[in-house]
Design a binder for this molecule. Structure first.
Ligand SMILES: C[S@@+](CC[C@H](N)C(=O)[O-])C[C@H]1O[C@@H](n2cnc3c(N)ncnc32)[C@H](O)[C@@H]1O
Length: 247
């Protein structure tokens, strides 16, 4: 009931968003080279495992608690926001917290199984509002310029080894943001990233790309964004860093 009233209320006040996009993507493909990307998440088994990952042990739950706290810290720096985009939203683990802080929150992801899991996080029994979960690539978002007050991009950048691709990602996210971007990246200065470097030198496969904070700031500048603040998740236990970028 409350959900229906809220939907009518927002529908009056906010411009309409496109509904979920059928697969394959129905919008015109970009002439730029296709983004690479961690395509393994399109596998339903991988998506289901990812959805369980942050609740499967007390240590993971604590880590998720601090990660969400870091993201919400960044959001508080921006001040009140009416519209938010979470891209990629994955299985939607941040959506409930984001929905409590903005009037309208849209989640976008390239993986249908991830979006199906995210729809279970919607308010009420019926899942998310139609159109609030969108099948899309973060490299070609189906939204007009400055559609959202702020855009969150969590745990995608560290999958992208090519700096030019990272700049393209930031530029596309920045295009649809009106005020700010909150982006996570793996900070090469963190103890955990340095340990991973040592292991990679010993032949272990590298699963994520860590970059120094200064390099991240340069890439943000190349995408037309200014780095306002950064904060690490933990000094020793993680290399995840959160960056607040302003337009
Ligand atoms: C590590 S998960 C992070 C999800 C979420 N932000 C979180 O922290 O739980 C990475 C997500 O990025 C999505 N993804 C990968 N490449 C993408 C692309 N080009 N466009 C949109 N989503 C993408 C995957 O489907 C997956 O859900």
């Amino acid at each position: 009931m409350l959900h229906t009233i809220a939907r009518r209320h927002y529908a009056r006040r906010l411009p309409p968003f496109p509904g979920p996009i059928p697969f394959p993507l129905s919008h015109t493909p970009s002439p730029r080279p296709q983004a690479p990307g961690p395509s393994r998440y399109v596998d339903p088994a991988v998506a289901a495992a990812y959805a369980r990952k942050y609740t499967r042990s007390p240590a993971r739950r604590v880590s998720f608690f601090f990660e969400r706290r870091l993201l919400l810290w960044a959001l508080r720096q921006i001040g009140p926001v009416a519209t938010l985009l979470d891209a990629p939203c994955g299985a939607g683990r941040f959506l409930p917290a984001l929905r409590r802080r903005a009037e309208r929150v849209v989640g976008a992801d390239i993986s249908h199984p991830m979006l199906a899991l995210a729809s279970a996080t919607g308010p009420g029994a019926g899942g998310a509002c139609p159109g609030d979960l969108v099948h899309a690539s973060t490299f070609a978002l189906p939204f007009a310029r400055a559609s959202f007050d702020a855009v969150v991009c969590w745990r995608l950048l560290h999958h992208l080894p090519d700096p030019a691709v990272r700049v393209r990602l930031l530029a596309e996210l920045g295009r649809v943001a009106r005020r700010a971007l909150i982006v996570s990246f793996a900070d090469a200065g963190a103890w955990k990233a340095r340990r991973r470097d040592r292991r990679a030198a010993g032949g272990q496969p590298r699963r994520r790309v860590a970059i120094p904070a200064e390099r991240f700031a340069e890439e943000a500048r190349a995408a037309g964004l200014a780095l306002a603040r950064t904060r690490r998740l933990s000094r020793f236990f993680s290399d995840v860093a959160c960056a607040l970028l302003l337009k």
